[in-house]
Design a protein around this ligand. Structure first.
Ligand code: SF4
Length: 212
């Protein structure tokens, strides 16, 4: 699997505490994508199934409340088979899977996606900047939809109507990570073009809603 980055636990990328993978590579090219550094399939680094499982297991040991895995990107469904295998193992271990995709659910079905079969929550559709919204939970533009693909979650769960939020994290190396909803102010302050990014070491991770 080719990954741009990952974090062990956050509450900003789906319901509950979640392990998050930013997959590397996206061919869709949405205008104003906030993760263009994840477009190239040659970027990031390779992770084996076992190495990633070990990382997830360690995260789960450190964060016993971990509820699931979230796939963002980049475009997770452009690494369909490998991520399907990993997500099957994740679900068998009792965790849920959420995925953000620039493809629509219909497109993923037409592609005969195996990964789609391993996803409990899907946010689908291209990011369309002219339809940008902050008011829909985990959705970046109004053409996108949050699909409940299994019984793991219910739309009645109050977490699906809470406001979007972002986390700004500073790790022990001084690296800044921005996780969660890419509000304009967050992109302005912490995005790759920000004054902060020009003066500090910076690890941009704000994800495009509905993209992966
Ligand atoms: S918004 Fe998502 S689907 Fe669109 S180009 Fe960016 S990473 Fe790809």
């Amino acid at each position: 699997m080719r990954l741009g980055s990952l974090i062990d636990a956050t509450e900003a990328e789906g319901p509950g505490l979640r392990f998050v993978l930013w997959t590397q590579g996206c061919s869709l090219g949405c205008a104003d994508c906030c993760n263009p550094h994840l477009w190239s399939a040659a970027g990031g680094e390779d992770w084996s199934q076992d190495a990633l499982w070990e990382r997830l297991s360690g995260a789960r040991a450190r964060h016993p409340g971990l509820e699931g895995l979230t796939l963002v990107g980049g475009e997770p469904f452009e690494q369909d088979a490998a991520l399907a295998t990993f997500c099957r193992r994740v679900r068998e271990a009792g965790l849920t899977v959420m995925a953000f995709s620039g493809y629509t659910r219909a497109e993923l079905k037409a592609r005969d996606s195996k990964l789609l079969e391993e996803v409990d929550l899907l946010v689908d559709g291209r990011y369309e900047v002219e339809r940008y919204t902050t008011s829909l939970r985990w959705i970046g533009s109004t053409n996108q939809t949050l699909h409940f693909l299994s019984l793991a979650y219910s739309p009645d769960d109050p977490r699906f109507t809470e406001p979007n939020h972002a986390e700004v994290r500073l790790d022990h190396r001084g690296l800044i990570q921005v996780v969660g909803f890419p509000f304009p102010k967050v992109r302005e302050e912490f995005g790759p073009q920000s004054a902060l990014a020009r003066t500090t070491r910076h690890l941009p991770q704000a994800k495009q809603r509905g993209s992966a």
